[in-house]
Structure formats: structure tokens, C-alpha cells
Design a protein around this ligand. Structure first.
Ligand code: FES
Length: 131
């Protein structure tokens, strides 16, 4: 699990009810080393988890359709490019060309019906200017 940046405050993601068990993921933007990348949050076995949306085989986004990461049986995260599969609870490669790789996790918390994530040294919130 990534180390939380010193003094980092949790970043609100969504209401708990928006993440259905092994349902559609919430896709959101973050900055990794200052560069924009996407991340996604899922509920797996009752727990909210989040990873960067980047395959360990080739660094590309994995969803079949926006927010759709799971296979037909809703067991594994499957990359839409070459079919690498990942354990959604741990992000570890479970088969296919990701070999011993794993997805990059974000630290997620859930409290009072709200899901949030914590920035690390490398992964920060992406703020969108409004107005
Ligand atoms: S890019 Fe994901 S399996 Fe090849």
C-alpha cells in the first residue's frame, strides 16, 4: 500500500452507496508525479479499493467501457487490451501477460457513508478549475 503523504487530508470520492459490490467502478483523475492519469474505485467483498487505471503489461487504461473493469463473472479485473487478469482485492496479476506485476493501489477509506482516498508522495489529487 502506498505511503500516505505527510499531513495529507483524505480526498472525497463518492457516497458509499455509489459503489455496488463488484459493480461498475468510479473512474477519477489524479496526478502521478505531476502527470494526469486516471484511477478507479471498486467495491470488492464489501471493501472499497482503488488503483491507477494502468495495466502492468503495457501502461494503458484497461476498462472495456468507461468504469467497466470486471470480467463477465465479476471475479477478476480484466484488461481490455490483451486480457491480463488481476485479483480486484489485491491488484495482483492473476493470469495473462501481467506476469508477476500488479496494479498500483491507492489508499482508500470509508467512513460515515463516504468513500475517500489519501494522496501519497507520488499520487496527488487532480484539481479541475471551475468557472
Ligand atoms: S496492455 Fe493490458 S494485457 Fe496487455
Amino acid at each position: 500500500m502506498p505511503e500516505v503523504a505527510p499531513g495529507a487530508a483524505p480526498v472525497a470520492l463518492c457516497d458509499s452507496g455509489e459503489l455496488a459490490e463488484r459493480g461498475r467502478a468510479l473512474v477519477f483523475d489524479v496526478l502521478e508525479y505531476g502527470r494526469p492519469v486516471r484511477a478507479f474505485a471498486l467495491r470488492v467483498d464489501g471493501r472499497a479499493v482503488a488503483y491507477l487505471n494502468r495495466c502492468a503489461h503495457v501502461p494503458v487504461e484497461m476498462d472495456w467501457n468507461p468504469g467497466e473493469f470486471l470480467d463477465a463473472e465479476r471475479v477478476f479485473i480484466v484488461c481490455s487490451i490483451h486480457g491480463a487478469s488481476y485479483d480486484p482485492a489485491t491488484g495482483r496479476c492473476a493470469g495473462g501477460p501481467c506476469a508477476s506485476g500488479r496494479l498500483v493501489p491507492l489508499l482508500v477509506t470509508e467512513r460515515d457513508g463516504k468513500v475517500s482516498w489519501y494522496p501519497s508522495q507520488d499520487i496527488r489529487p487532480a484539481f479541475v478549475e471551475e468557472g
